[in-house]
Design a protein around this ligand. Sequence first.
Ligand code: FES
Length: 127
Amino acid sequence: MTPAFVDAHHYSETVLGHIAEPHNVGAIERPDAVGRGTNPSCGDEVTLYLRFEGERVAEAKMEILGCGAITASMSALTDMAGGKTAEELMAITPEQIAEHLGGLPRHKRHCAQLAQRVLRDALKDRA
Ligand code: FES
C-alpha cells in the first residue's frame, strides 16, 4: 500500500497530474454547503462547494489560491467526495487524501490537513 506521507522532496506523478490539471475547479451556483479555510502560515485560501442529492454528494467543486500540494489535495478531495454521505465525508482523513495522491511529502502534511478542515467546515455549514 502507498504510504500517506513520504520522506521526499518531490511530488508523485499523481500529484503532478492534479497540479497540472486540477479537477472540479470553480464554484457551484446553488451549493448546499460551503467550507472555507486558510493556512495562516502560508496564506493559502481554499473554498469547497458541495451539492447533495438526497443524502449523497452529487457535485463537489473548489476554488484555491495556493501552492501545488493544497491544489492537489483539494482536487483529490473533490474526486473522493462524489457519492458520499455526510457521515462518510466526516471520516475522510488527511492520510486518505495523501494516499489518494500516491503519497505526499511529509513536510506538506499540513496541506492535506487544511483540505480536511475545509471539508469539515462545509459539513458544519450544511448541518
Ligand atoms: Fe499552503 Fe500547504 S503550503 S496549505
